[in-house]
Design a protein around this ligand. Sequence first.
Ligand SMILES: [Zn+2]
Length: 242
Amino acid sequence: MKNTTVPINILLIIFIAMLSFFTCSKHVEQNIDYPHMRVICTEDIELMDSTEAKLSIIRPLSFGSGQPWVSYPNRQGFEDAIKQAKKLTDKGHKKGYTYISYISKTISGGPTPEELPLVKVYEEGRWNEYEDYFGPEPPESPLEWIEKRADGSLGGYTWVSPSGVAGFHSFACANNPHFKRYMKGVVKALVDMGIDGFYMDHTEGKGCYCQYCNKAFHKFVKEEYPANFVSEKYGLNNVDAV
Ligand SMILES: [Zn+2]
């Protein structure tokens, strides 16, 4: 005879799913129809009013790269931009609007890597002006945060537009502790701007062979693979040499 009894583990999964649904649904604002919410990319509240948009994606303190120091390399400009954004989000929040900010894992500007605003602030000894946001001056230049190629050279590329504008574009290493500390400061700035959330672009990167990635890779291989894996597969006695 065919057994039609539902396994206990399936019942448990259904119960947990239902419990999660009813628990989470308590926190959803019932007056917002999220699946049909109109999204716009503007800092113009009147435009939001006229289009009945409820959520705006705005850029943080810079325009184009999503990084605070690209357009505001001095403390006063940085603070003015935060205040200006806070004024906007306060006004929008009173109307029930939500603000999401774009940020990115890319390090861009230039046109050469040495001319990146973030690098110039570091090289000119001005890092400590921003210590309350980005932490103490790191031991290495932000140039070192850029992904490294297998031969140890700097990742990224330079570009020139048809109109002759040149720039440098690169991806930061997600394992670099100083870059991660810097990004905490970026998020702190967003909080001060009254932003409700953020979208982080370019989390993928192009692959990195820096000291932090190499160390993490060696740790991963040692923990996840048998001790003789590297010697059998690659003929090497030492994982750290890979
Ligand atoms: Zn790396």
